[in-house]
Design a protein around this ligand. Structure first.
Ligand SMILES: Cc1cc2nc3c(=O)[nH]c(=O)nc-3n(C[C@H](O)[C@H](O)[C@H](O)COP(=O)(O)O)c2cc1C
Length: 223
C-alpha cells in the first residue's frame, strides 16, 4: 500500500526531536517523501471515517510569498519548500460523502449492509443534534488537526521539519487561494529542512498538572 521507505528516526525519537521550525533551508523535499508524508497522514482517524480534511500543497515561490503576506509575514512561510494550507470541508457531513465512505468500506470488504444503513440514518441525525460540538468549524478543526499531527510526526521520521501555524488571516487566505465558503482553514503547515541552530525545546507541563484521575481536578497518579 505504501512506498517502502525506511524512516530516518522511529516514532519515539520523532516525537522527541520534533520542534516548530522558524527558519528553513532552501533544500527541496523529494516528491516520493512528500507523497509518503501526505499518504500516511491520511491514515488519521475521523468520526464515522468521514475524512473532512483537505490540503492545498503550495510550492511555487510566488504563491508562498502571497501566503506569507496573509500570515503576518512569518518568514517560514516564504522559506519552506512546501507549505500546506490545511482545511476542513463542512460538506463532508453530506449524503454524497457518506455514500463515498460506504463505498470505501465495501472496497475494503469491511462494510456490512447493516452498518451502511446505520451510517445513512445516524450520521445525518448526529449532525442535526451535534451533541459533541458547538459549531461545524469546531468539527472540521477537530479532524484536520489530527491529520496534521500525524503529518508532523511522519515528516520528522523522514527527517523533514515542520511548523504548524495559526498566525494567518483566514479571509485573506480564502480569497487568495479560491477556498470555498464551506471550507474552514484550520492551520498552515510549513515543511522542509530547518536551519541550524534548531529551535530550542520550550518544555512541557508535568503529567500531574494536565492529567486527572476519574474526574476533573482529581490528582492523577499511577496506582
Ligand atoms: C495550532 C498551532 C498554531 C501555531 N501557530 C504558530 C504560528 O503561527 N507561528 C509560529 O511560529 N509557531 C506557531 N506554532 C508553534 C508553537 O509556537 C510551538 O509548537 C510551541 O511553542 C511549542 O514548541 P515546539 O513545537 O517546538 O515544541 C503553533 C503551534 C500550533 C500547534
Amino acid at each position: 500500500m505504501f512506498v517502502e521507505m525506511k524512516p530516518y528516526v522511529g516514532l519515539i525519537e520523532a516525537i522527541k526531536q520534533r520542534r516548530a521550525a522558524r527558519t528553513f533551508k532552501s533544500d527541496r523535499i523529494t516528491e516520493a517523501i512528500l507523497q509518503e508524508i501526505l499518504e500516511l497522514s491520511l491514515q488519521a482517524p475521523s468520526g464515522f471515517n468521514l475524512q473532512p480534511w483537505r490540503f492545498i500543497v503550495v510550492t511555487e515561490q510566488e504563491n508562498k510569498d502571497q501566503l506569507q503576506a496573509c500570515a503576518f509575514n512569518q518568514r517560514q512561510v516564504g522559506e519552506a519548500p512546501v507549505v500546506l494550507i490545511c482545511c476542513g470541508d463542512r460538506q463532508a457531513k453530506q449524503i454524497e460523502n457518506i455514500t463515498s465512505v460506504i463505498h470505501l468500506g465495501e472496497e475494503a470488504e469491511s462494510m456490512t449492509d447493516s452498518y451502511a444503513n446505520y451510517m445513512r440514518s445516524s450520521i445525518p441525525e448526529f449532525f442535526t443534534n451535534h451533541p459533541s460540538f458547538e459549531t461545524m468549524e469546531a468539527w472540521t478543526n477537530r479532524h484536520t488537526m489530527l491529520a496534521v499531527a500525524y503529518m508532523m510526526l511522519v515528516a520528522k521520521s523522514f527527517g523533514v521539519d515542520s511548523c504548524p501555524m495559526e498566525g494567518f488571516v483566514s479571509a485573506q487566505v480564502k480569497e487568495a487561494f479560491d477556498i470555498p465558503e464551506e471550507v474552514d482553514i484550520c492551520c498552515l503547515l510549513a515543511l522542509g529542512y530547518a536551519n541550524e541552530p534548531f529551535k530550542q525545546y520550550g518544555g512541557r507541563f508535568p503529567l500531574n498538572q494536565v492529567c486527572f484521575h476519574e474526574s476533573y481536578g482529581e490528582p492523577f497518579g499511577i496506582h
